[in-house]
Design a protein around this ligand. Sequence first.
Ligand SMILES: Cc1ncc(COP(=O)(O)O)c(C=O)c1O
Length: 407
Amino acid sequence: MKHGTQDLALFGGTPAFVEDRRVGRPNQGDRRRFLDRMNQALDNEWLSNMGPLMHEFEDRVAELAGVRHCVSLCNATVALQMLIGDEATGGAPGDEVIVPALTFPATAHAVGWRGLRPVVCDVDPVTGLIDPEQVETLITPRTRAIIGVHVWGQACDVGRLEKIAESNGLRLYFDAAPALGCTHNDTPIGGFGNAEVFSFHATKIVNSFEGGAIVTDDDALAERMRAVRNFGFGPDGRVGHIGTNAKLNEVAAAMGLTSLDALADTMIHNRANYELYRAELAGIPGVRPVEYASQHRNNHHYMMITVDEAAAGLHRDLLLGVLRAERILAQPYFPQGMHQLQPYAEDPGRSLPHAEELCGQLLALPTGPAVGADDIKTISDAIRVAVANGPEVTSLHRARTAADVDE
Ligand SMILES: Cc1ncc(COP(=O)(O)O)c(C=O)c1O
């Protein structure tokens, strides 16, 4: 328990934790089950090329997402690239794809990598989700597609985006990298738009070391994506598409299945963590957990807060410094809008105020099965003490930074 500024590790106090508390610790599931699956793959001598574990993983993800097809892939970035390069997107170099400002760079890179231009759209100031109204104003004759991102597992306004895409003849894809297990109302995320993309990166709620998937109800699209991931080979063994090598191998599928086994329990634990954080952080001025609309289910894989400097008395980055000194490895997530990334900052004067404000305020706190109630109380306590002494923390930090510069 910390009482004042002098107890904060940033100013010489003892760190709150002996070991780091990290964001995005891998959810590995039952190690023995993983090793059994690995032994199965080794015994079968089937390590890659659409093996039985990969098929089992795809079937289970498709069922969870409520779709006919899951095409598993080596990661979500390549999944997005494959959709942008698909013949139904029909993009030529310089054509445009609308993407939200608040996302991981992979969303914009997938567009840029295929030679198309990401056109960056501002987001809702509260949810951080792509703003459908602004999407409409960004459509030009060169627009080919819209990518919505279900940031922190919140469902985009899928109904409005589907209407906009349909009435303008555009493809609609969803980057659902963080959203496995989430719903829009009672419908699982996975079946919206023309296709959705999940990530199974090590830091995601279900991990396959590296991995991703395209999920869709479109039979023809799924068949093309299955061919493209495997050098363009179609079911008849002939190359009918420009392909790549984007297969999910059996080691990855074994981890994906094992991590998936644990998903239901992980979500229960995450939800309890979220509720406890909300209770612990309640009443701390300027610190607000991101709230999720109750009609949709969230997987609570991310514990997001915003820090309003004016009310908290210290900036998000300084709170981050305080927490890191305590060995609480919070993350500013996402720190930059896509329009601020060097490759896409075509118009340096262009401002997307909602995304920019959120990028300066958001912080992801540690959660997940490895984080328990005592951890959350300790983390919240550090935040409470930092904010209660916000002006002093800020001036002490400034004085120290100035002294460092003078030396
Ligand atoms: C929104 C979003 N899209 C795409 C990706 C990329 O996923 P992958 O690492 O599987 O390529 C991520 C990864 O963090 C993400 O958060």
